[in-house]
Ligand binder design. Structure first.
Ligand code: NAD
Length: 263
């Protein structure tokens, strides 16, 4: 299937490693030009160079913290200066810290709102005028299984990703007639640094080994294994494509069957 991504310009946030990087690699493999961001310049430069060498497409790295509105403005301005437009936006950021309600003070909530919810809102606000003008756009938000089945100990993620999902569903309706789709992809337990960090937190909280924490997750997954970032990224490439033109307002789970609900 030709996804029709050659010549499109994609901005992938938080892309120096993990899911964001896998999405960047997949879009580049399909011929899209890329703008990648992350906070640390060194890891970002390394990731951009690897993607560029592997795919041969144009890749620009912009160090930016997506929880800071001024960084988002600069990121999008630099992307447009370089490529004149952004066709595809993939919103992403590091996951909020795990923790039970009593361990999370007001500063932790403020920070999580900025990182998880407002980064998505601000990135969308910055790219939408151009997409509307060209009457074509794809917005893809990386959320979490927590939006369909909250995970114990992930109070901040459970709370704020629901906000992102409500935002995206509402935005999808508002921009549908402008040729712009807005969808979320729900990762299950996928082999990245984030999952290793979460396993460490569980091991400390429950007094079990990190290996046992991982094994317990695998036991909950019908496929009995963690996902690979590439398996997630394939869905992002499809949703970003011309071929996904009638899909909007959805959340698609890539979780090996972990979510047990019907919808
Ligand atoms: P990761 O920790 O492996 O990678 C996170 C990336 O985001 C890194 O490149 C990091 O530099 C960048 N980043 C972090 N904060 C940033 C910020 N404020 N501004 C710019 N860049 C920033 O995480 P991951 O596994 O790739 O997860 C990506 C998202 O998906 C996270 O929000 C995570 O909570 C969520 N998620 C992951 C899983 C999983 O199993 N991996 C499951 C559900 C949800």
């Amino acid at each position: 299937m030709d996804l029709g991504l050659r010549g499109k310009v994609a901005l992938v946030a938080a892309a120096s490693r993990g899911l964001g990087r896998a999405v960047a690699e997949e879009l580049a493999a399909e011929g899209a030009s890329l703008v990648m961001c992350a906070r640390g310049k060194e890891a970002l430069d390394e990731a951009c160079e690897a993607v560029r060498n592997e795919s041969g497409v144009d890749v620009v790295g912009v160090p930016a913290d997506v929880s800071r509105p001024e960084d988002v403005t600069r990121l999008v301005r630099e992307a447009i200066d370089r490529f004149s437009r952004i066709d595809i936006l993939v919103t992403n950021a590091g996951g909020p810290p795990s923790g039970l309600f009593e361990s999370l003070g007001p500063e932790k909530w403020d920070e999580a709102i900025r990182v998880t919810l407002l980064s998505t809102v601000n990135l969308c606000r910055a790219v939408l005028p151009g997409m509307k003008q060209r009457r074509w756009g794809r917005i893809i938000n990386i959320t979490s299984i927590t939006v369909k089945q909250p995970v114990d100990g992930l109070m901040l993620s459970n709370s704020l990703r629901a906000g992102v999902t409500g935002f995206a569903r509402t935005l999808a309706n508002e921009v549908a007639t402008a040729g712009i789709t807005v969808n979320n992809i729900i990762p299950g337990y996928t082999r990245t640094q984030r999952v290793e960090d979460l396993a460490k937190a569980v091991s400390e909280r429950e007094g079990i080994s990190i290996a046992l924490a991982m094994k317990k997750w695998e036991a909950e997954i019908p496929m009995r294994r963690l996902g690979e970032p590439r398996e997630f990224a394939a869905v992002a490439a499809f949703l970003a494509s011309e071929r996904a033109s009638y899909i909007t307002g959805t959340s698609i789970q890539v979780d090996g069957g972990w979510i047990r609900s019907l919808f």
